[in-house]
Design a protein around this ligand. Structure first.
Ligand code: FES
Length: 116
């Protein structure tokens, strides 16, 4: 059975087989999620945010994911390499730190320009 995943904030959508990891789905959709361990639940770089209404469609956290994330699981954080899609859902991919810093700097400059 295929399921549809929508990645935010890009809005990209992809159809994948049930049980596919969110990391694999993101790659198929052309959505970049950083990794260093290539899906072994070791680097913690592949975190994504899943809001409560979609949480049940990301499957149960693996033992490794529970050990690595602990209380972050309660905040809707999942390791995209471990979460296995069970149904249509939406996932938020956090903004890259460097991009976020550049965006904030550009916003500050734009505000300064408006003041002068
Ligand atoms: S890819 Fe490294 S923890 Fe998921």
């Amino acid at each position: 059975m295929n399921v549809q995943i929508m990645f935010k904030p890009s809005g990209r959508r992809v159809q994948v087989g049930q049980g596919t990891s969110l990391l694999q789905a993101a790659r198929k959709a052309g959505v970049y999620i950083p990794t260093r361990c290539d899906g072994k639940a070791a680097c913690l770089m592949c975190k994504v945010q899943i809001s409560p209404e979609w949480a049940e469609f990301a499957g149960q956290p693996s033992d490794a994911e529970q050990r690595k994330l602990g209380p972050l699981l309660d905040e809707g954080i999942r390791l995209s390499c471990q979460a296995r899609v069970q149904g249509d859902m939406q996932v938020t991919v956090p903004e890259d730190r460097l991009k976020a810093a550049i965006r904030r700097q550009l916003e500050r400059q734009a505000m300064d320009d408006e003041l002068w």
